[in-house]
Design a protein around this ligand. Structure first.
Ligand SMILES: [Zn+2]
Length: 344
């Protein structure tokens, strides 16, 4: 009963926010809304269910979003908006930029056709060391392990790792009842460890060779390759920017050398691979501190965070706000508009 009431209340709030939200205010000037996506996957793709809910949007939902955004905003290439601001040139009253994090191959397969159909620009943030490889991000690998454990394949991991999981609260009983939310919670819990430590644990597991941690031959590649990137570049619709070399959370990178490698060198690597200038950056997991911010400010024209909100011509270009969306919270027009309105 309470659940039902809450649901109705949420729907009414969404409706109010979609009707009176900021995106409909007529008197705004120099505003920039940046939408943040990750994976674009149809519901029937086997990858869909394996991804954390916060990571995925269906192609039809993306198309619906773009059609709504076109009504209230001028959809603009993020780099162009930044260039205009830096040069003191006029910008649209309400601009919107579309961004996609991590460089997933599904951005080419499912988002690119929608962008072409709607003829709107977008920016993809690439992890330079992963382009064209069969690598998986650690949350995907952890999901793979948990799914295999759920089907009682305990032999895939040694006793010490089973203990490690138990210490983190994942008992055998919990694993047998594992669902999407528990996997999501576990991944978020693991974020207390630095990425390199997690990768090290996973690599040791990989030495057993009982477990699939990379994309296998029968699976399509998860990460964009250079051919796909170049084709999108040639369309003139998609531009690319940096999301570090290895997707390390920068607040957990201890040495200056490590920060330089992730922030500064990823620009050089991408520029030589893409034969194009790279001017933008996106903080993995949205994490930054004074040290990473100063490297970013010295290297790039702009950078995106995961802090929720809009931007204006007066915003700090190295700390741009975004509105991140995923399917569950944006699959109806009023849910999407209320998210965009920044009232909820
Ligand atoms: Zn990312």
């Amino acid at each position: 009963m309470i659940k039902e009431v809450k649901k109705i209340l949420k729907k009414s709030m969404q409706l109010i926010a979609s009707i009176f939200g900021r995106h409909k205010w007529p008197f705004l000037k120099g505003q920039l809304l940046i939408i943040g996506y990750h994976r674009i996957l149809p519901l029937n793709d086997p990858e869909y269910k394996k991804m954390q809910p916060g990571m995925r949007v269906e192609p039809d939902t993306l198309e619906m979003h773009i059609q709504i955004l076109k009504k209230y905003f001028e959809i603009i290439d993020l780099n162009e908006w930044v260039e205009r601001v830096k040069a003191g040139k006029p910008v649209p009253k309400k601009a919107c930029a579309l961004t996609f994090d991590d460089g997933w191959a599904d951005n080419y397969e499912y988002a690119f056709p929608v962008l072409k159909k709607e003829n709107v620009p977008a920016t993809i943030f690439l992890v330079s060391s992963m382009i064209g490889t069969a690598q998986k991000f650690w949350p995907e690998r952890v999901t793979d392990i948990l799914i295999q454990l759920k089907s009682k394949k305990y032999s895939i991991i040694g006793k010490e790792y089973l203990k490690w999981l138990t210490d983190l609260g994942l008992t055998e009983k919990k694993i047998s009842n594992l669902d999407e939310n528990m996997i999501d919670g576990f991944i978020n819990q693991l974020k207390m460890l630095p990425d390199d430590k997690i990768y090290k644990i996973l690599e040791t597991l990989n030495e057993n060779k009982n477990i699939e941690l990379e994309v296998t031959e029968n699976e399509p590649a998860h990460i964009l390759n250079l051919l796909q990137i170049k084709e999108m570049m040639r369309s003139g619709l998609v531009s690319f920017a940096s999301h570090t070399q290895q997707h390390l959370r920068l607040t957990m990178v201890e040495s200056e050398k490590g920060l330089e490698h992730e922030i500064v060198q990823s620009k050089a690597v991408l520029e030589s691979m893409l034969e194009n200038k790279i001017t933008g950056f996106c903080y993995p997991n949205g994490d930054f501190d004074d040290r990473s911010l100063s490297f970013v400010t010295a290297t790039y024209d702009y950078a995106c965070t995961t802090k929720k909100g809009w931007n204006s011509t007066k915003s700090n270009l190295s700390l741009l706000n975004r509105v991140l969306v995923h399917n569950d919270i944006s699959n109806t027009p009023s849910a999407f508009e209320s998210r965009v309105s920044n009232l909820l």
